[in-house]
Design a protein around this ligand. Structure first.
Ligand code: LRH
Ligand code: MN
Length: 424
């Protein structure tokens, strides 16, 4: 099911007067508003193919119905998101949950929806039915060379799928680790993992990147072999210039200063990209900006400052991806909220008066420094984000139009209530 331009135009017509009133108020006192709107139009967030159905926990899963049954329907669902906000212009596939059967057909379908293929994701954290050797005790860290070999071959297969689709990067997240003291030799686990990643690295096409995603805990609960930014940076530095770290916001220990981690990885030229979500306790995979919006703003403030310092292009030079799981909300509404929160944090970060902040920092004027940051954070940039959508041909209020058009209802009538999308 598609959303056609007339539905969007009619929706925008209803909201235009109120939007223009709000926009004119903001534009009056924001000198670089037009420049910010263009940056928002250019900023695209990749949608995870594994987050278009209802997520669950070990305690239960409450399906909402109308979930995509195959890769084609997942691309169509992301097409709906992109039609509504024109900021979701890429899909990130997870193998083997989304193995494309016909590359040309899948590329053509994605193109029809204006979607590119972002990072490919490998999976050596589950045993597949036809798999020879188990990953119960890890994959690339495994004491058995044959298991490590199997994991390397899987990642090389994932690269091959990505090359066929036009993707330019591979994300490797390893669940590897241990749950009890004494279970693992940390040094050997690191060296086995590095040796295995090196074999995958050598299979990367010249213009590809490899993202090494770290995580503090789960599914292992004593040690994780790529457990924090330092370990990920160690791997990426030893692997070579095509290897980078990937920051999943939910993969940190409580109260970690993620914006400082981002600033340092960017300074080292080893920050590859993000998995945006939010959390209060562990890897909760909640809606981006729903729990700690100020942290998200501070992260984008470091990104803007650090990327400008390196002359990097905001929209293109880092991997912007969402990684979430929807236990309670409609997956598409949840993703629309996440994209909105990311664009709001980015717009606020673009508002920071960098000269005034540097002046305050140079003078150790702590109060002034905070005032400069919070002036930007406390600015309502939603009219700018809405104006960016309007200029890009999207809906002024995506969730309102999603509901007015009863999109979920139509998907349920088309697909039924019991369909289950592959993924988490
Ligand atoms: C691990 C992770 C990783 C994905 C998975 C779906 O927690 O963040 O990025 O492979 O979620
Ligand atoms: Mn992730």
């Amino acid at each position: 099911m598609n959303i056609d331009k007339n539905q969007i135009a009619e929706h925008n017509q209803q909201l235009m007067a109120a939007h223009q009133r709000r926009l004119s108020q903001v534009i009056d006192y924001l000198p670089n508003a037009v420049n910010i709107v263009q940056k928002l139009v250019d900023f695209q967030v990749a949608i995870p193919s594994w987050a278009l159905g209802t997520g669950g926990t070990r305690f239960g899963r409450f399906s909402g119905g109308g979930e995509p049954r195959n890769l084609e329907e997942k691309i169509a669902d992301i097409g709906i998101l992109h039609a509504l906000n024109r900021s979701s212009g890429a899909i990130s596939l997870h193998i083997p949950w989304d193995i494309p059967k016909d590359y040309a057909a899948i590329r053509a379908l994605a193109e029809e929806h204006g979607l590119a293929f972002d990072a490919m994701n490998s999976n050596t954290f589950q045993d597949q039915p036809d798999q020879a050797l188990s990953y119960k005790f890890g994959s690339m860290q495994h004491v058995d060379k044959a298991v490590r070999r199997q994991a390397v071959e899987h990642n090389i297969e994932v690269i091959k799928h990505g090359v066929e689709l036009g993707s330019k990067s591979l994300t490797v997240w390893l669940a590897d680790g241990s749950s009890f003291p004494g279970q693992l030799n940390f040094r050997k686990a690191f060296q086995n993992t590095l040796e295995s990643l090196q074999e995958v690295y050598e299979a990367l096409p010249d213009d590809w990147k490899m993202f090494v995603e770290y995580k503090a805990f789960e599914p292992n609960f004593y040690s994780t072999t790529v457990g924090d930014w330092g370990q990920s940076l160690l791997y990426a530095s030893k692997l070579g210039e095509k290897a980078y770290t990937l920051v999943d916001l939910g993969h940190h220990l409580p109260n970690a200063n993620i914006e400082q981690i981002v600033a340092l990885l960017l300074m080292e030229g080893k920050l590859g990209g993000f998995h945006f979500n939010d959390s209060k306790y562990g890897d909760d995979d909640l809606t981006t900006g729903s729990i700690k919006p100020y942290q998200l703003f501070l992260i984008f403030s470091e990104l803007v400052e650090g990327m400008d310092a390196r002359g990097m292009e905001h929209a293109k030079d880092l991997g912007w991806m969402i990684d979430a799981s929807h236990n309670l909300k409609d997956p598409l509404e949840d993703l629309l909220q996440s994209v909105e929160a990311i664009l709001i944090a980015y717009a606020q970060a673009l508002l920071v008066d960098r000269a005034a902040l540097q002046q305050a920092q140079a003078a150790n004027d702590v109060v002034r420094a905070q005032e400069v940051l919070q002036e930007a954070f406390r600015t309502d940039v939603r009219p700018l984000v809405a104006e960016a959508r309007l200029r890009a041909g999207a809906a002024l209020n995506p969730i309102q139009l999603f509901r007015q058009q009863d999109i979920r209802g139509k998907l349920i009538r088309e697909r039924g209530t019991k369909t289950v999308a592959t993924g988490l």
